[in-house]
Design a protein around this ligand. Structure first.
Ligand SMILES: O=C(CO)[C@H](O)[C@H](O)COP(=O)(O)O
Ligand SMILES: [Co+2]
Length: 249
């Protein structure tokens, strides 16, 4: 019988592009369990978890015990975005808590080969994240070691910031270099920006503040983003070129 993680990874790898992953950063933290159920009811395929240590970024969020509590209430794959200075120290705790895809920042780990191997060795998907000032050439030597690249379209640390259009050139470069690799974009994604991100080649959209509406109708808010992404695909986006998730061999 497949393990629960195997089952979640099957779902993660098989999700069609563009994959829309809501971030929990902007949800109502007084009732996260209900928020997760509302996102499940809205049909989401996976959740993006923003982990901040107050050191790598000037903000704090949550750690492994909180992720473990959320694991107990949902079978959705967890995409853990570690905005922390020492991800090697906490890797096992996040895997044990139920993270499925682990994203580490190249700015925190300039030589990431060993840690990426450790992530995959623990049975998780491994991803590298680059901040807006980090050039695409910095991530290029590592593309054979990752299952995804996350291009930040804001400086990390806070939700609700303005999308930085200039990062789309990096999305295009990664897409050109590895047409089958999952390329995610994170920061300021909404119905106005999703189309351009997908048109540039993004196959995963992280959606934070644009997800959460007072009426709790996340099917509507995420549906607007999905519709914008669909129009981006029609404009020549990555999935139109056959790119989606990239499960390891
Ligand atoms: O990594 C992040 C912040 O560092 C979040 O994923 C991101 O900010 C999502 O929020 P929004 O869509 O509101 O920008
Ligand atoms: Co994030």
């Amino acid at each position: 019988m497949p393990s629960e993680r195997t089952e979640r990874l099957r779902r993660w790898d098989g999700a069609p592009a563009p994959l829309i992953t809501p971030s929990l950063l902007d949800c109502d933290f007084a009732r996260v369990g209900e928020e997760i159920r509302a996102l499940e009811a809205a049909g989401v395929e996976a959740l993006h978890l923003d982990v901040m240590d107050g050191h790598f970024v000037p903000n704090l969020s949550y750690g492994p015990p909180v992720v473990a509590d959320w694991r107990a209430v949902t079978d959705l794959p967890f995409d853990a975005h570690l905005m922390i200075s020492d991800p090697a120290r906490y890797l096992d705790a996040f895997v044990d808590a139920g993270a499925d895809s682990i994203l580490i920042h190249l700015e925190a780990v300039p030589e990431p080969a060993d840690l990426l191997e450790r992530i995959r060795g623990r049975g998780c998907r491994a991803g590298l994240v680059i901040n807006p000032p980090t050039p695409w050439a910095a991530v290029e030597p590592h593309l054979d070691r990752v299952d995804s690249v996350l291009v930040m379209s804001v400086m990390p640390g806070f939700g609700g910031q303005q999308f930085q259009e200039a990062v789309l050139e990096k999305v295009r470069a990664i897409r050109r270099a590895r047409p089958a690799l999952r390329v995610a974009i994170d920061g300021g994604i909404n119905a106005s920006t999703a189309g351009r991100a997908v048109e540039a080649g993004a196959t995963q959209l992280v959606v934070g503040s644009a997800t959460y509406r007072p009426d709790g109708n996340y099917a509507a808010s995420l549906g607007e983003v999905a519709e914008a992404a669909r129009r981006g695909l029609e404009g020549g986006g990555a999935a139109a070129a056959g790119a989606g998730a990239s499960p390891p061999e």
